[in-house]
Ligand binder design. Structure first.
Ligand code: NAD
Ligand code: TYD
Length: 339
């Protein structure tokens, strides 16, 4: 049994990770530390919340006392840091909280991990730290870091900080850099859920610029399998790119969603481009495939259908988000229980 601290476990990728790893696994005793920002939703975790080897703590990764208390109390042996502010558009509107959580918060976790001599610190990062590609080429682990948005620059800073803890103190840090995820429980501000929900509500679908920006899409379960492998087998001091070799221009995905939902392309509305909009991401994941034996299991056609169907079948989930109701769940579930 390994005592594992998972941060940001109430968000999109973190909650999929916890649901996956706790489904039938008894190998980990897990503490989920999450601040429950607008993006954190405990309703994503109802299927595992009563497991004996799962503990939820509401709190900020930047809270030094709390973080150190958790490491001591739960004898934390490994860490996966999912917690972050993650939306590029929000980072353009205001960057401070991105720096606070993604950089300072990660630093607080790294300091505690060093102090308590953890066996592994997995920093969940993004291909966006590499910047933007032209028409050709792929990001490899040797591609220089060159972030363009406040979000990606805060993630790049965290990566550099984490790797400095490996080089300076020998902290066993591993970094994964994954491409754009899609799947269940993604907050409806990101491209795919936003477009599905707008289409279902017959609202306009806002396409930034010419719609030809390219992202390399991966199903969230494939990403989380890579995270688990990197946690268990990743070599300290190494970076692993994670991607499913599925590049698509935004407009193609939007048209596919409309077709699947039987909605008209007249809903598409071209709007002003995002400032500093990265043109293309594409990832080479040869290293994790060769060294850790990971490979994506889902193809896009199958997994995007699964995802669209999930949003169709879980309208209550996203309607409660849109109305703000979901934020009351914590009070109901936890504050009452603690009083
Ligand atoms: P998300 O925005 O859905 O969830 C983030 C979670 O972190 C939320 O539960 C939120 O409450 C929590 N959080 C935020 N600030 C916190 C703080 N200060 N202390 C504790 N908890 C805090 O994000 P996501 O899409 O699930 O992304 C998870 C991680 O994966 C992030 O580090 C992100 O950079 C990385 N990533 C995401 C993608 C993607 O496509 N979504 C791709 C590659 C990497
Ligand atoms: P997003 O989901 O925000 O992820 P990221 O910017 O981190 O890659 O956006 C994915 C792509 O979709 C990106 O090129 C911006 C574009 N986009 C739109 O065209 N319209 C939208 O309303 C949103 C949210 C994104």
């Amino acid at each position: 049994m390994t005592n594992l601290l998972v941060t940001g476990g109430a968000g999109f990728i973190g909650s999929n990770f916890l649901n996956y790893i706790l489904e039938d696994g008894e190998d980990y005793n897990i503490v989920n530390l999450d601040k429950l920002t607008y993006a954190g939703n405990l309703e994503n975790l109802t299927q595992i919340e009563s497991k004996k080897n799962y503990h939820f703590i509401k709190g900020d990764i930047g809270n030094y006392e709390l973080v150190n208390h958790i490491f001591e109390e739960f004898k934390i042996q490994k860490v996966i840091n999912f917690a972050a502010e993650t939306h590029v558009d929000r980072s353009i509107l205001g960057s401070e909280v991105f720096f606070r959580t993604n950089v300072i918060g990660t630093n607080v976790l790294l300091e505690a991990a060093k102090r308590f001599s953890v066996e592994k610190f997995l920093q969940v990062s993004t291909d966006e730290v590499y910047g933007s590609l032209g028409n050709a080429g792929l990001f490899t682990e040797d591609t220089p870091i060159s972030p363009n948005s406040p979000y990606s620059s805060s993630k790049a800073s965290a990566d550099l900080m984490a790797m400095s803890f490996y080089r300076t103190y020998g902290l066993p840090v591993v970094i994964t850099r994954c491409s754009n995820n899609y799947g269940a429980y993604q907050f409806p501000e990101k491209l795919i859920p936003l477009m599905i929900i707008n289409a279902l509500n017959d609202k306009k679908l806002p396409v930034y610029g010419d719609g030809m920006n390219v992202r390399d899409w991966i199903y969230v379960i494939d990403h989380n399998k890579a995270v688990k492998l990197a946690l268990e087998k990743g070599e300290a001091g190494q970076v692993y790119n994670v991607g499913a070799s599925n590049e698509m221009p935004n407009i193609e995905i939007i048209k596919l969603i409309l077709k699947r939902l039987g909605k008209s392309e007249n809903l598409i509305e071209y709007v002003k481009d995002r400032p500093g909009h990265d043109r293309r991401y594409a990832i080479d994941s040869t290293k994790i495939q060769n060294e850790l034996g990971w490979k994506p299991a889902f193809n896009f056609e199958e997994a995007i259908e699964k995802t669209i169907d999930w949003y169709l079948g879980n309208q209550v989930w996203w309607q409660r988000i849109i109305s703000g109701e979901y934020q009351k769940y914590y009070q109901l579930q936890y504050e009452k229980r603690n009083s």
